[in-house]
Write a protein that binds this ligand. Structure first.
Ligand SMILES: C[S@@+](CC[C@H](N)C(=O)[O-])C[C@H]1O[C@@H](n2cnc3c(N)ncnc32)[C@H](O)[C@@H]1O
Length: 841
């Protein structure tokens, strides 16, 4: 992962730009906005105390969000430029003077909310920084306990350090709800976190120790380090997210090798140190010298001692064995020597040795296998990473990734029957229940294989999951980068998010959804028939959110909305809602067909051809019926919120429907429907295509996106439809742009206002009894001519770019109105141009 810079351009992120745009004094404003969005404490507050408020962006947010005439008090060590409706002053929040000043401002009022975003001077050691932050937070809490109203809210910033839990404990004693959260605008690289405490308990007496940093943050004994884990899992390195332990600030440590031999806890040394040294200390170490000369201290052992942090399990074992051997030579007690006196026990030790040997051999084989697998995985990772990078550089399309996999018959193939061979699932599939193998089944199946250990499978699963997640993340960041650079892509994405993509007939995904629903319904109807008998039809999971009845004809919501337009109402057979009778009819037809066929009577399921034929016959019958009868079109019950749909349905003045067809495909379809070349049944038939039954479950986004780009139905376009759309677009483009239209409208409005004024003045003059008719006429004429006179624009001032004005950018000092800067160069060029023009004449 790239390390985010904490300085320079790294700091100027989108929140910084947004803050500049919105006029906030710091990007921190968005932290409060986001916290308030989540918890909504500002809207209901009348008095807010902002501790450590400079430069004042939180105060700005408070002034914007809180009710009118609220009291906002901001205090900081640094001066705060005045903010309307906010009282600010300079003080240290840890002092008594600050407390007294707040009291004078608040008088008898209590604060509904106390905010604290203080940050002491950071840049010293991490431990010190985090402690100072926690201490400052505790000071702010102390002020909060004095000024906060019962039930009030306290928001504070803290660092995730070892003091964090102590602070949280204290907060929990004083508030009913304490939640820690990190708003999205807070940088990920920052250890800061915000704690929002709601419901101040306002106890009558607070134990002073609760707010005293010395007693709250007093050191607890560190738990014993797990050196065994450090030694035997050297690859898994724990990051020091909580900073370094007290007194343990250096990262590199070494110790004499003789210490390792003599210690009773060798694992502790292997876990904590970087190197075992053979260098003699100033005053000399006999044991170390002897150790250095021993033949057991081989070159390999020396290599291992040189850097303990790079050693693996095997190397550590080698060092431990070496230690035991040397201890024996030096006559130091070992397990063997302590057990030596008993003859029977010696025999036991030998036995253990043999077992140990076998175990070691097994371990060696296992290690070898693991190393091989690891190497393969690393290679695969590197290859995938390369591909992603290539894709991000637009050197390859996302679809190329994964092409080298073994395809539909490979080990990971979706339809591989081998993997379900030994499970229940195969039997269930054979029975026709279309059961799928669950993850658990599959896992069990894999783990039960002889010789394959569960641990290895789990590991590879985890690795695969990790890889997939990594791929997904990379694709997400690729999309973000593309969106940042490409406005069209952004617009497309936004359209997709709001489900406002171009209309494409019966969309595959919607179809898929409805198919899924059907599946569930089928299953439930078989299993849950009791519920149906009870009349219990409530199935909340399957409820349509917009409460519009499903037409059951397989049309998507967008398609239904399209066909709901007035123009299609007159087309018979398009909007009729298929009722349950349709199913019954079909069943009847099927029965009839079966009866007439005679030999097929056992087989209840008609073939696809038969179904199509039946559907056509039924459509013809219905058409005939409708020709005879009046057709009753069901009115949609629009909800009030559905104003967009209502607007669409509104007719224009001349009674024509207000339809907006924007694609050539939709126009072609509209033409075909209007001419009767296509019927509803044709549309339903077309809906059953290869795109409608695609299984997209579990497929990665990059793959689905790429599929969606290329693998979609091609709808026909006619020449006339294309021409009609072209004409429509031309008309759209001929309209003036919004700005021009607005400017024109403004001009018109001004003129109308002027005219209105003139009229009033003329009326007054006309009604003036002290004036003769002639005088009235002349003064009205004067008024009119004055109004008609155009205001003369003041002339443009010419300023010489010499003297104090030489090389300045922007308006020269003391110049008002329009101006033009000229310099000798410009003068000369103008003259030259004039000369040339004269010569040409
Ligand atoms: C991150 S800034 C606050 C930003 C502020 N919330 C805003 O929205 O503009 C942290 C502030 O804490 C202030 N500060 C640190 N220690 C303080 C103390 N003991 N008393 C008052 N202010 C302090 C610093 O002066 C600094 O301005």
């Amino acid at each position: 992962m790239a390390i985010q810079k904490k300085h320079g351009k790294g700091r100027l992120d989108k929140w910084y730009k947004l803050a500049k745009e919105k006029g906030y004094r710091a990007r921190a404003a968005f932290k409060l906005i986001q916290l308030n969005k989540k918890y909504g404490f500002l809207e209901k507050s009348k008095v807010v105390l902002d501790l450590c408020a400079a430069p004042g962006s939180w105060c700005q947010v408070c002034a914007e969000t809180m009710p009118k005439d609220s009291i906002i008090i901001g205090v900081d060590l640094a001066p705060i430029k005045p903010i309307p409706k906010v009282i600010t002053f300079q003080s240290d929040i840890t002092t008594e003077k600050c407390r007294a000043t707040i009291r004078t401002h608040l008088k008898t009022w209590k604060a509904d909310c106390v905010l604290h975003d203080g940050a002491p001077n950071v840049g010293t050691a991490w431990v010190q920084d985090s402690y100072n932050q926690a201490e400052l937070a505790l000071h702010s809490l102390k002020l909060a306990t004095e000024f906060l109203i019962e039930g009030g809210t306290f928001v504070t910033k803290v660092f995730r350090s070892k003091d964090y839990n102590s602070l949280l404990w204290v907060l929990n004693q004083l508030f009913t709800k304490v939640e820690a959260t990190k708003p999205p605008s807070s940088r990920n690289v920052s250890a800061e976190i915000f704690v929002v405490c709601r419901g101040y308990k306002a106890p009558k007496r607070i134990d002073p120790r609760l707010l005293d940093p010395r007693s709250v943050f007093e050191d607890l004994a560190d738990p014993a380090p797990n050196n065994e884990a450090k030694v035997y899992n050297p690859e898994v390195k724990k990051r020091k997210r909580e900073g370094y332990e007290e007194g343990d600030y250096t990262q590199y440590k070494e110790i004499a090798a003789s210490e390792f031999i003599q210690t009773t806890d060798p694992l502790a040394i292997l876990g904590q140190y970087n190197r075992l040294t053979f260098e003699q200390p100033k005053n000399g170490d006999v044991a170390l010298a002897a150790l250095d000369k021993l033949p057991e201290t081989t070159q390999e052992i020396r290599h291992c001692c040189a850097d303990l942090k790079v050693l693996g399990r095997k190397d550590f074992k080698l060092l431990l064995k070496w230690r035991l051997k040397v201890r024996e030579i030096f006559g130091l007690p070992t397990k063997k020597t302590t057990k030596a006196p008993l003859v029977e026990e010696v025999a036991e030790v030998e036995n253990m040795d043999e077992e140990l040997k076998i175990q070691e051999e097994l371990q060696r084989i296992k290690d070898k296998e693991l190393a091989k697998k690891k190497k393969e995985r690393r290679k695969e990772n590197e290859r995938k990473h390369k591909e992603i990078v290539r894709m991000q550089m637009n050197m390859t399309a996302p679809m190329d990734i994964g092409m080298e996999q073994e395809g539909p018959r490979g080990a990971d193939a979706m339809f591989r029957l081998k993997s379900i061979d030994q499970t229940e699932a195969l039997r269930r599939i054979a029975k026709g229940k279309m059961a799928t193998i669950t993850e658990v089944d599959a896992k069990k199946d894999r783990d039960s294989g002889i010789g394959s250990s569960g641990e290895t499978d789990d590991e590879s699963d985890e690795e695969l999951d990790r890889l997939e997640r990594e791929l997904d993340n990379m694709y997400e960041s690729y999309k973000e980068r593309k969106a940042a650079a490409d406005a069209k892509y952004r617009a497309k994405k936004a359209r997709k998010e709001y489900g406002d993509d171009e209309w494409e007939g019966v969309s595959a995904s919607e179809k898929e959804e409805s198919d899924d629903d059907d599946e569930i319904l089928e299953e439930e109807s078989s299993d849950d028939s009791d519920a149906e008998e009870r009349g219990d039809t409530s199935k909340p999971l399957l409820r349509d959110l917009d409460n519009t009845p499903q037409d059951g004809a397989g049309l998507s919501k967008r398609a239904r909305g399209f066909f709901n337009q007035e123009i299609f109402r007159s087309i018979p057979g398009l909007l009729d809602v298929p009722e349950d009778t349709e199913g019954e009819d079909e069943a009847k037809n099927a029965d009839e067909g079966a009866a007439s066929n005679g030999e097929d009577s056992d087989n209840d399921v008609p073939t696809i051809e038969e179904q199509k034929k039946m559907r056509k016959e039924k459509a013809a019958r219905k058409e005939k019926e409708k020709e005879d009868d009046f057709e009753i079109v069901k009115q949609d019950q629009d909800s009030d919120d559905d104003w967009e749909e209502k607007e669409k349905k509104k007719k224009t003045k001349d009674g024509k429907p207000n339809i907006d067809i924007i694609t050539a495909e939709a126009m072609t379809l509209a033409h075909q429907l209007a001419r009767g070349e296509k019927s509803k049944h044709d549309l339903i038939d077309e809906g059953y295509n290869k795109y409608a039954f695609k299984d997209r479950d579990g497929l990665p986004d990059w793959f689905l996106d790429d599929e969606a780009k290329h693998d979609k139905p091609h709808k026909p376009i006619t020449k006339e439809a294309a021409a009609a759309i072209k004409e429509k677009l031309r008309a759209y483009n001929a309209r003036p742009i919004k700005k021009v239209a607005e400017a024109r409208a403004r001009k018109k409005l001004k003129q109308a206002q002027k005219l209105e004024k003139l009229k009033k003045k003329a009326d007054l003059l006309a009604g003036d009894e002290g004036m003769s008719e002639k005088e009235k006429a002349t003064s009205i004429a004067k008024l009119m001519s004055a109004a008609a006179r155009k205001k003369r624009k003041p002339p443009v001032k010419v300023i010489k770019a010499t003297g104090v004005n030489r090389g300045i950018s922007g308006r020269p000092r003391g110049v008002k109105g329009r101006y033009k800067m000229v310099d000798p160069r410009m003068k000369k060029e103008m003259r030259a141009l004039k000369r040339i023009a004269k010569k040409r004449k």
